[in-house]
Design a protein around this ligand. Sequence first.
Ligand SMILES: [Zn+2]
Length: 85
Amino acid sequence: MVTGLQDKEKMMECVICKQGKTGPGKVTVTLQRGEAIIVFKKVPADVCDNCGEYYLEEQITEQLLDRAESAVKNGTEVEVLKFAA
Ligand SMILES: [Zn+2]
């Protein structure tokens, strides 16, 4: 039997350049919330092998927004975080 594991390897056509294919990688994501800038390093994403555009999973995006929100509440102006799932 083949398990569902191979779903994680699926390649998607890049919607930006329409030439590349996306594959798993790590990216740096910068969010700006009001006056605050939060940089997340090593965020897992699907990255285009042609233009470098990246696509985040919805649950990852939610985590980034949550953490950005709490940084803003703490009065952070600039913060660099290593993303850990
Ligand atoms: Zn692309």
